[in-house]
Design a protein around this ligand. Structure first.
Ligand code: AMP
Ligand code: GLY
Length: 415
């Protein structure tokens, strides 16, 4: 079939690569230099709706897959559906699960979904009173911008003073702009985390193999939170039973609650889960594939992934997608300084790759025939192996061939 992917990051490269592997004809906007190898690219900005619609009309795809959250939150799913396209990606009404943490938490509470205790605020004084009571009761908090802030609007606080600084930063200093006009203050939990990506076709679901993401920039989980520095799959400590529990307690109830509001979900629901005392607790929902989870997850799937997405887009029964044996490890190579400020425009070399190793592009651009860095997360090197150790060794061998000035990556992905 013909598939049109919207987006131009590592996640979209992995999706386009997978569809190409399955023998589909792939279109993408705006794409990136890696995507050029596997898709017809429309050089159209991801927020240029009119041009995207023109591109879709030209390509006449059987399926449109919207990669990033921003267009989904802005209602791009609705737009393409109104024009008769089969779209994988929720409508604007459902994308609020990611677009507003305050809405999302309220929905979780209504549905009785296990999640951290919380309150939403737009008044700094009231927020600080709540924080003071929480620390008084021996609990610690996390302060979150309610709106989408590229994964950066979450501040883990060690003290009430930290929390008050975060509150003032968001509500008074407007550090996250509109996204931080409302904040959520929630209990800080501790536990291991995993990402569950579930394909959703109305009330029908199919969870993909579990991946674990490394969110902090530094080895040993130190330093600032990023969009994700690497992933691996499978995740041995996440049992099938834990996944079923997460589906029953976190995924199905939220879909039922949306249905109560007459909202039908068609796309992927990404549950960010923390395991506390053996129980999956929902930290957040995202309404799109994870990045760099997708770079690992698609490589664990046999043929039939695109068919499954098409079924979701059409609200039909989701066909099984075979899960391959073996393991995948994906290591993100970033620009020095990320997730803060970093230089762009540095020449990139990508060496010879072993069998089973793919380099997914994220922040790259071609200028005068030269491949240059253009973003914080530059490429993700993803390798399959018979087991986790082999996948890891091959991924790092691939990273060894990548060269640009100021490249940084974590050395402990999959350890
Ligand atoms: P979120 O965007 O809400 O998933 O938050 C990003 C990251 O912040 C999560 O992956 C966690 O590592 C951390 N986090 C979020 N909420 C909490 C919480 N209630 N307790 C502890 N850590 C959290
Ligand atoms: N890797 C985390 C995310 O995509 O939000």
């Amino acid at each position: 079939m013909k598939i049109f992917v919207i987006g131009g990051g590592g996640r979209e490269h992995a999706l386009c690569w997978k569809f190409d592997q399955e023998g589909h004809e792939v279109f993408c906007a705006p794409g990136n230099p890696g995507i050029h190898e596997v898709a017809h690219v429309f050089p159209v900005a991801v927020n240029d709706r009119k041009a995207l619609l023109d591109a879709a009309n030209q390509a006449q795809p059987d399926l449109i897959v919207i990669g990033p959250e921003d267009p989904l939150i802005a209602g791009m799913g609705d737009m393409f559906r109104e024009h008769g396209f089969a779209v994988f990606g929720p409508d604007q009404s459902a994308a609020r699960l990611e677009g507003s943490k305050s809405f999302s938490k309220d929905m979780m509470k209504r549905a009785g979904i296990p999640t951290a205790r919380y309150q939403s605020f737009s008044d700094p004084g009231a927020a600080k009173e709540y924080v003071s009571a929480e620390y008084g009761a021996g609990r610690s908090v996390v302060v979150k911008a309610s709106g989408a802030a590229l994964g950066k609007g979450v501040i883990l606080c060690d003290s009430a003073e930290d929390a008050n600084v975060a509150i003032d930063g968001m509500l008074v200093g407007m550090e996250f702009g509109e996204a931080g006009r409302t904040i959520v203050v929630e209990e800080r939990l501790t536990g291991q985390e995993f990402s569950l990506l579930t394909l959703v076709s109305g009330q029908e679901i199919l969870s993909l193999p579990v991946a674990q993401d490394y969110k902090r920039i530094g080895d040993g989980d130190t330093g600032l939170n990023t969009g994700g520095m690497g992933t691996y799959s499978p995740v041995d400590w996440v049992s099938d039973e834990l996944v079923r529990k997460a589906e029953d307690e976190v995924v199905r109830p939220i879909l039922a609650s949306l249905a109560d509001l007459e909202i039908e979900y068609r796309g992927v629901l990404f549950s960010g889960l923390m395991v506390v005392d053996g129980e999956p607790i929902c930290l957040e929902y995202n309404v799109r594939f994870g990045d760099p989870e997708t770079q690992s997850v698609v490589r664990r799937l046999g043929d039939g992934f695109a068919e499954a997405l098409l079924a979701c887009a059409k609200a039909e029964a989701i066909p099984e997608v075979p899960v391959l044996d073996g393991a995948v490890c994906t290591v993100v190579v970033a620009s020095e300084g990320y997730p803060g400020e970093y230089e762009k425009g540095r020449a990139i070399e990508i060496g010879e790759l072993l069998d089973g190793v793919e380099v997914f592009h994220a922040g790259t651009a071609i200028v005068n025939d030269e491949l240059l860095t253009s973003g914080g997360r530059v490429v993700a090197v993803s390798a399959t192996g018979a087991d986790a150790e082999e996948a890891r060794a091959k991924a790092y061998a691939g990273v060894g061939g990548v060269r640009f000035q100021g490249m940084v990556y974590r050395k402990d992905i999959g350890l």
